[in-house]
Design a protein around this ligand. Structure first.
Ligand SMILES: *Cc1c(COP(=O)(O)O)cnc(C)c1O
Length: 392
């Protein structure tokens, strides 16, 4: 299997078959597992093998298939699946940190990630320094001898700022810090995060891995030592484990991940190119447009520009709302990575909690809208977007 390409591994890696030889992976919707004897139960609590399970909060065959498949795709030794993307972000950080530790993080983060780093970790004595993720000197200046971890979103939400992962990893590793990345926007398809230096890669599987807007889920990918000795004890005792049903949806989602993400990114690039320079738009942000501020890094780091575009509508919030309300195919919803195209106004929804200064710092203007490009026909989407822009 080691010489199989990622697309083959996305379909086959991790498969476990029961005595029935089922083709589609089974959903083992069970909380517990029966032991043949009291002695066997005792032995399993001392040490359980890869196909020996105790309780669904600790592990489950369907969950194990998903973990093994995503780890294989990501190029890490192991993975731990979680109830949501946030359980994964929280689990990766909290399981390894303790009072007195120092963390350096990029400032441009998904709202809930920012809450963990800005509000929760400091409450437990972890000091966090925030930096402009695109400024390598700022990363260098923030690192200390007691820095345990650096945290960043490789492509930030919603402004699509791209961070030079290889450069930040080198700075972090110089101080022996663990590099933890939230890689949702880059997707497992377009990113080589581990090859570029990440030690731990976290996904909200809710997004592209499900890809059809059904289940919450998340996953932490890393070394066997980190996953089994640090993450697993924390998550299995604190309750952030994924449901076997949701793990099955994610497992099957991996089989079509490459096709979906490739098509969605191709449409996203076509739309970004077609809309750039439109007279109702102050700006079109997409990592693989030459006008993107980190275009060079984005081209070197990502196989495609991703499935999300940011549009800055002239005329601020009122015109942005008029645009959103005029869309026929694209739905107003704050999710992303869905097969249905979705649009959101970050200032009044996902980033409402931030102060005006914080939003300014992150480039979240009154007119900014985030468009998650789905699987619809590119021509239909372009017509819908253009018609809605005409309403402004
Ligand atoms: C959605 C998202 C999360 C959180 O994932 P959930 O599955 O909703 O908990 C974390 N980080 C990023 C970048 C996201 O887009």
């Amino acid at each position: 299997m080691t010489d199989w390409s990622p697309r083959t591994r996305a379909v086959h890696a991790g498969t476990r078959r029961s005595q029935y030889g089922e083709m589609a992976e089974a959903i083992y919707l069970t909380q517990g597992f029966k032991y043949d004897s009291a002695e066997q139960a005792e032995a399993r609590f001392i040490e359980s093998g890869p196909d020996e399970f105790i309780y669904a909060r600790y592990g489950n065959p369907t969950v194990a298939m998903f973990e093994e498949r995503i780890a294989s795709l990501e190029g890490t030794e192991d993975a731990f699946a979680t109830a949501s993307g946030m359980a994964a972000v929280n689990g990766a950080l909290t399981s390894m940190l303790k009072a007195g530790d120092h963390v350096v993080s990029s400032r441009a983060l998904f709202g809930s990630c920012l809450y963990i780093l800005e509000d929760i970790l400091p409450r437990f004595g972890v000091e966090v320094t925030f930096v402009d993720g695109t400024d390598l000197d700022a990363w260098r200046a923030a690192m200390r001898d007691d820095t345990r971890a650096v945290f960043l979103e490789t492509v930030a939400n919603p402004t699509l700022e791209v961070i030079d992962l290889a450069a930040v990893s080198e700075i972090a590793h110089d101080k022996g810090a663990t590099v933890i990345v939230d890689n949702v926007f880059a997707t497992p398809v377009f990113s080589e995060a581990v090859a570029q230096g990440a030690d731990v890669v976290v996904y909200s599987a809710t997004k592209h891995i499900d890809g059809q807007g059904r289940c919450l889920g998340g996953v932490i990918c890393g070394s066997q030592e980190f996953i089994r000795k640090t993450v697993e004890p924390y998550l299995k005792h604190t309750g952030g484990s994924i449901s076997p049903f949701n793990a099955w949806v994610m497992l099957k989602g991996l089989e079509t991940l490459h096709l979906r993400c490739t098509q969605q990114a191709e449409t996203a690039l076509a739309l970004a190119e077609a809309l750039e320079g439109h007279d109702k738009l102050a700006n079109v942000l997409y990592p693989h447009l030459p006008s993107h501020p980190q275009y060079g890094v984005a081209k070197a780091q990502m196989g495609a520009g991703g499935t999300v575009i940011a549009l800055d509508i002239k005329g601020g919030q009122a015109e942005a709302f008029r645009f959103l309300n005029a869309l026929q195919i694209v739905s107003i919803s704050n999710n992303l990575g869905d097969s249905k195209s979705l649009v959101t106004h970050p200032k009044t929804t996902t980033h409402q909690r931030l102060s005006d200064e914080q939003r300014d710092e992150l480039g979240i203007t009154d007119g900014l809208v985030r468009l998650s490009v789905g699987l619809e026909d590119a021509g239909d989407l372009l017509n819908d977007l253009k018609s809605a822009l005409d309403m402004i």
